[in-house]
Design a protein around this ligand. Sequence first.
Ligand code: FE2
Length: 363
Amino acid sequence: MQDFLPIKAIDHIEFYVGNAKQAAHFYKTAFGFQSEAYAGPETGVRDRASYVLVQDKIRLVLTTAIQPTSDISAHVHMHGDGVKVIALTVPDALSAFEETVKRGAAPYLVPQRKEDEHGEIIVSGIHTYGDTVHLFVQRDGYQGTFMPGYKAWKSDYNPAPTGIRYVDHMVGNVGWNEMNKWCSFYRDVMGFSQLVSFDDKDISTDYTALMSKVMSNGTGKVKFPINEPAEGKKKSQIEEYLDFYKGPGVQHIAVGTGNILETVKQLKARGIEFLNVPGSYYDEVLDRVGEIDEELADLRELGILVDRDEEGYLLQIFTKPIEDRPTVFFEIIQRKGARSFGKGNFKALFEAIEREQELRGNL
Ligand code: FE2
């Protein structure tokens, strides 16, 4: 069967934020992103300022409104800083738009051609959960920096990278009983298929529960787990997210590294805060996962979690939310054969999240 929506990669992730200049400084300083491009009043854009940052294959765009009446300021007012756009690089943005809209997607951006002296790109877009959208970016005819309308951003402040290389997966939180609806959306409208599913027996603690299914595109490169809250004794972390994000949205961005020990050491030194796992986790972890290359003492010191599946193992760690609302956070992941998502860590992890929820008075 022919893939009606071939996707080459995640093109970029655009956050709408309250102050893009300061957010850009944070992602450079703390995560080691590099300055790539800028658009704003100086480049002829009147309503916004956007900073484009890269680190290996990851590209972030941080956009803020510079007037109070705009979709961007309304988005920030409602959601706080959060992910607006998950952009996908496609060979044909016109066909991507037509094929998905034909299958029921709500149009967000009708195909647009943008050009400058470096060539042209074609962009189109559709709505997904909440106020989040997917853009389709066709850029093989473009040799310039990021996109027409942007200028290269040369900065004198260039902190070193931290070794994060690619987007491994991006997770969406959706409302009560909406997981299947959105999994169907990714299946029927975008041609994805389901990799795995977790129910509340896999993912529950004394207090909280959630359900999750992982949707993946044809090549397996793009993976979007979808979570919904499940009934627990107290408020689940998904519910807390929905309460503060004011609806569905991106919960976390998992970024891959080739050396998680080095990356996490760097991130910690630069002020990134991670969820703490109890020391007792490390007393039993090797019984569960067997032999690993890393020293257990190093993992314990940094709070890195381990899980194993039939194909290998993985190392992962989760940041605390990176804004004041308890909403979006990052995961750092290193895969050593495993293609799963750390199911064996869910319980330890959720207990750690609950301790934070408790401190915020939201449990
Ligand atoms: Fe994850």
